[in-house]
Design a protein around this ligand. Structure first.
Ligand SMILES: CCCCCCC/C=C/C(=O)SCCNC(=O)CCNC(=O)[C@H](O)C(C)(C)COP(=O)(O)OP(=O)(O)OC[C@H]1O[C@@H](n2cnc3c(N)ncnc32)[C@H](O)[C@@H]1OP(=O)(O)O
Ligand SMILES: Cc1cc2nc3c(=O)[nH]c(=O)nc-3n(C[C@H](O)[C@H](O)[C@H](O)COP(=O)(O)OP(=O)(O)OC[C@H]3O[C@@H](n4cnc5c(N)ncnc54)[C@H](O)[C@@H]3O)c2cc1C
Length: 672
C-alpha cells in the first residue's frame, strides 16, 4: 500500500512516480493538519458532494456574468442547506461547514456570506436571551438572511466617527435610525445589496441629545415576502470588485426609519424604556463579531495559500521546460532550485497558518464562554493576537500566492489556474476586518503596554511573557549542534524583543523631550508596526514548534520538522537586517542559515507532492485545471479554453463592425 493515498489508476505517470516517493502517510499528515476527526469528515464529505450533482457548478464561474454568479451560488447554497443533514455530521461545526461550502460553492461569495460569519456570531455574543429567541433561532433556521452593516462610505477604520444615528424616542419606545449625510451611507456589507432582509447595524446611540457611542441594532431592511426595501430604507449593490463577485456587497441608507427599543442588542449594554443607559462590562464588547472573523480568517487564509501551493507544486511536476544538463532531456520545473525556493516556503507558511488558525479559534471559544459570564480579562489578549495575526497572515498569504502564480508561468495568469480568484478573495482580507496597518498598530499599543509592565517585573499576559527574559548578545546558530533548531527560534525571540524595547525607548525619549504621546506615536508608527510584525512572526514560529513537538508519529514529525526548519531559515533570512543591526548574527551565521535552507529544499523535494496532497483539497474545491489531482493538465486546458464565450462563433460581430471596414478602407487606399 503506497504511503501517498492519492494515487489512482489513470493518473499522469509523472505524478504517480512522485507520489510513490512519499516518506509518510498522507492521511496521517492530513490528521496532523486538520485533526483526525475533521480529516475523516472532510474526506467523506467530498465524496458525498461528488455524488450530488445539484451541488455541482453548472459551468465554470470564470465564464459567468455577475448576475449569473449570484444566481448560481444562490441555487447551490439553497441545495447545500437542503442536503446538509445527509452530508455533514455536525452542521454547527464551522470547519465542516466551511469545507462543504468550499466544495459546493467556492470562495466567490453567496447570499449567506456574512450571515454565518458575522450576523449569527453578533447575535450569539450580543443579543440577550429574549432577543436570541426572536432572531437567533430564525437565523439559524434560515428563516431570514442577515448581514453586518458597520462600515460607512466615509469611515471604516475610525469607528468613533460613524455617522448613522439611532435616536431614542421615549414617547413611542422606539429608535429612529437615520443616515444624516451621503458619507453616512453604510457601504461594503456582504450580501446586503440584493440578498439580505435583516442587518445588524452599527449606529450612534443618542438619548436626550447625548451620544453614547456606536451600538448594534437589529434592523429588518426588506419585506420577507416581496423582498422590497421597507419604507425609509434605500439599499443596493456597490458594483464589481477585484474578486468576490458572487457577493453583493451593498450600500444602505435610512430616512428616519423606526425600530422598537428592544431592537438594540442588549446582552451587555442596555437602554430601558425611560431612556436609562447601562454600560457594558467592557467598552469593546460590541466588537465581538469582528474579533470572531479575525479569528476564523487565519485558518482560512492558510487554506487559500495551501490551495495555491497545491496548484503550483502539482503543476511544477507536470510541466517540463529546459535542461539542467545539456542533452539529458527537459526537466520538471520543480527541479530548479529557484522554483523550490519560490514554492516550498509558501507551503511551510500554509501549514503554520493553519496551525495558528486552530490555536486562535480555541482562544476565541474560551473568551466567548468567559464573556457569557461577564468575564472579559482575556479580551485584550485575544484582540492583540488576532490583530497581529490577521495582518501578518493576510500579507504573507497574498505575497506567497503571487509567488505561486508566477511560478506557473503564463498558465498561472489564466483564470484556468484558479489562482487569480483565490488571490483576489484572499487579498480582501488585508482590508476587511480592520485594515492591516491599523490592526498592527493595535497590537503595537498592547506591546507598548506590555513593556511598561515588564519594567515593573510583571507580564501583561502569556503572549508577552518572553519580554521578561534577558536578551542574549550573540546567536548560537551554527555554533552548537542544530538539534531542534532552538537557536533559530531564539533568534526570532531576540529580534522581536529588541525591536519592541527599542521603539518603546524611542517613544520615551521623544516624550522626555516634551513631545506629546500622540505625536511621538506618529513619529514612530512605522517602527511600531514593525515591532508588531516581528512579534507575530515569532508567535507563528513558536506555534510551528509547538505543533512539531506534539506529533507522535516519527515519519510525520520528521516531514513536518523539515518544513518547520525551512520556515525558520527562510523567515530569518527575510528579516535578517534586524539581527545584523546589533551584530546578533555574524555574516558566517547568515551563510550557515542559507546553506541549511538550500539543503532543506533538496530534502523536501521528494515529499513535495505528498505534502500538498496531505491538505486533501478535492478537485471540486480547487477549481483549477493546473492543480488537478490526476495531473492531466494540457488536454483539460484545451477543453477549458474551448468553453470561452468568445469561441461560440468563428467570427464575432465586432470584426464586421469595426475591423473589416478599416482593413477594406486601408486596402483601397493602398490600391489608389
Ligand atoms: C472568513 C471570510 C469572511 C468574509 C467576509 C468578510 C466580512 C467582512 C466584514 C467587515 O469588514 S466588518 C467591518 C470591520 N471593521 C473593522 O474591522 C474596523 C476596524 N476598526 C476597529 O476595529 C477599531 O476602530 C479600532 C481600529 C480597533 C480602534 O478602535 P477605537 O478607536 O474604538 O479604540 P482605540 O482608542 O484605538 O482603543 C481603545 C482601547 O480599546 C481596545 N480595543 C479596540 N478594539 C478592541 C477589541 N475588538 N477587543 C478588545 N479591545 C479592543 C484597544 O486595544 C484599546 O485598548 P487600550 O490600549 O486602551 O487598553
Ligand atoms: C471584501 C470586503 C468585504 C467587506 N465586508 C464588510 C461587511 O460585511 N461589513 C462591513 O461593515 N464592512 C465590510 N467591509 C469594509 C471593511 O471593513 C473596511 O473597508 C475596512 O475596515 C477598512 O476601512 P476603510 O475602507 O474605511 O479604510 P480606511 O480607514 O480609509 O483606510 C485607508 C488607508 O488609511 C490608513 N489608515 C486609516 N486609519 C489609520 C490610522 N489610524 N493609522 C494609520 N493608518 C490609517 C489605512 O491603513 C489605509 O492604508 C468589507 C470590505 C471589503 C474589502
Amino acid at each position: 500500500m503506497p504511503l501517498n493515498k492519492e494515487i489512482q489508476p489513470g493518473d499522469n505517470d509523472e505524478l504517480t512516480r512522485e507520489r510513490l516517493q512519499a516518506t509518510f502517510d498522507t492521511q496521517q499528515m492530513a490528521a496532523a493538519l486538520w485533526g483526525s476527526d475533521l480529516a475523516r469528515k472532510r474526506r467523506e464529505l467530498a465524496k458525498k458532494v461528488d455524488k450530488l450533482t445539484v451541488l455541482h457548478d453548472s459551468k465554470d464561474m470564470s465564464f459567468m456574468t455577475r448576475e449569473e454568479k449570484l444566481s448560481e451560488n444562490a441555487r447551490k447554497v439553497v441545495q447545500m442547506f437542503a442536503h446538509v443533514a445527509d452530508i455533514v455530521e455536525d452542521p454547527s461545526d464551522d470547519a465542516e461547514m466551511f469545507h462543504l461550502s468550499s466544495n459546493a460553492i467556492g470562495h466567490e461569495g453567496h447570499p449567506f456570506g456574512v450571515h454565518f460569519v458575522m450576523f449569527i456570531p453578533a447575535l450569539k455574543a450580543q443579543a440577550d436571551d429574549e432577543q436570541r429567541e426572536k432572531w437567533l433561532m430564525p437565523a439559524l433556521g434560515l428563516q431570514l438572511i442577515g448581514t453586518y452593516a458597520q462600515t460607512e462610505l466615509g469611515h471604516g477604520t475610525n469607528l468613533r466617527a460613524l455617522e448613522t444615528m439611532a435616536t431614542f424616542d421615549k414617547a413611542t419606545d422606539e429608535f429612529v435610525i437615520h443616515t444624516p449625510t451621503v458619507t453616512a451611507l453604510k457601504w461594503w456589507p456582504g450580501s446586503l445589496g440584493k440578498s439580505s432582509n435583516h442587518a445588524v447595524v452599527s449606529a450612534n446611540l443618542i438619548i436626550d441629545g447625548k451620544s453614547y457611542g456606536h451600538h448594534n441594532f437589529m434592523v429588518q431592511i426588506r419585506d420577507e415576502n416581496t423582498h422590497k426595501p421597507l419604507k425609509g430604507i434605500t439599499v443596493g449593490d456597490i458594483g464589481p470588485k477585484m474578486a468576490y463577485n458572487a457577493s453583493d456587497n451593498g450600500f444602505l441608507g435610512f430616512d428616519h426609519h423606526r425600530i422598537p427599543r428592544r431592537n438594540m442588542l442588549m446582552r451587555h449594554a442596555k437602554v430601558d424604556k425611560n431612556g436609562v443607559y447601562t454600560k457594558p462590562p467592557h467598552a469593546k464588547i460590541g466588537y465581538s463579531a469582528m474579533v470572531h472573523v479575525r479569528s476564523v480568517m487565519i485558518g482560512h487564509q492558510g487554506m487559500f495559500l495551501g490551495s495555491a501551493s497545491t496548484i503550483a507544486i502539482r503543476y511544477s511536476l507536470v510541466r517540463r521546460q529546459g535542461e539542467i544538463k545539456e542533452g539529458s532531456g527537459e526537466v520538471k520545473i520543480l527541479d530548479y532550485q529557484t522554483q523550490q525556493h519560490r514554492l516550498f516556503p509558501q507551503l511551510a507558511r500554509a501549514y503554520v497558518f493553519m496551525f495558528a488558525g486552530k490555536e486562535v479559534r480555541e482562544l476565541y471559544q474560551k473568551v466567548l464562554s468567559d464573556m457569557e459570564k461577564g468575564e472579559t480579562t482575556l479580551l485584550a489578549d485575544l484582540h492583540a493576537l488576532t490583530s497581529g495575526l490577521k495582518s501578518v497572515v493576510t500579507h504573507l498569504c497574498v505575497a506567497g500566492m503571487e509567488q505561486c502564480r508566477m511560478a506557473c508561468g503564463g498558465h498561472g495568469y489564466s483564470r484556468a489556474s484558479g489562482i487569480p480568484e483565490i488571490w483576489g478573495v484572499a487579498v480582501g482580507g488585508c482590508t476587511y476586518e480592520g485594515e492591516n496597518m491599523v490592526m498592527l498598530l493595535q497590537l503595537a499599543r498592547y506591546l507598548m503596554k506590555a513593556v511598561k509592565e515588564t519594567k515593573k517585573g510583571k507580564s501583561l499576559g502569556r503572549l508577552v511573557d518572553y519580554l521578561l527574559l534577558p536578551q542574549d548578545r550573540h546567536s548560537l546558530i551554527g555554533r552548537v549542534p542544530q538539534g531542534e533548531y532552538g537557536p533559530h527560534l531564539a533568534a526570532f525571540e531576540h529580534i522581536a524583543r529588541r525591536q519592541i524595547f527599542k521603539v518603546a525607548d524611542e517613544l520615551t525619549k521623544l516624550q522626555d523631550k516634551g513631545m506629546s504621546k500622540e505625536i511621538a506615536w506618529q513619529k514612530k508608527a512605522v517602527e511600531l508596526q514593525r515591532a508588531a510584525r516581528l512579534h507575530t512572526r515569532f508567535y507563528l514560529a513558536a506555534c510551528f514548534h509547538r505543533k512539531v513537538q506534539s506529533v507522535v508519529d516519527g515519519r510525520i514529525r520528521e516531514a513536518l520538522a523539515d518544513l518547520y526548519h525551512l520556515h525558520l531559515n527562510y523567515e530569518l533570512l527575510d528579516m535578517v537586517n534586524y539581527a545584523l543591526e546589533d551584530a546578533y548574527l555574524k555574516a558566517d551565521q547568515v551563510d550557515f542559515i542559507r546553506e541549511d535552507m538550500y539543503r532543506l529544499l533538496e530534502t523536501i523535494r521528494p515529499n513535495a507532492i505528498s505534502l500538498v496532497d496531505a491538505f486533501e483539497f478535492s478537485d471540486r474545491e480547487l477549481r483549477s485545471v493546473l492543480g488537478r489531482r490526476d495531473g492531466h493538465v494540457y488536454e483539460n486546458l484545451y477543453k477549458w479554453a474551448k468553453e470561452s464565450e468568445l469561441n461560440r462563433a468563428d467570427v464575432l460581430p465586432y470584426f464586421d463592425k469595426y475591423l473589416k471596414p478599416m482593413m477594406l478602407a486601408a486596402r483601397q487606399r493602398s490600391n489608389i
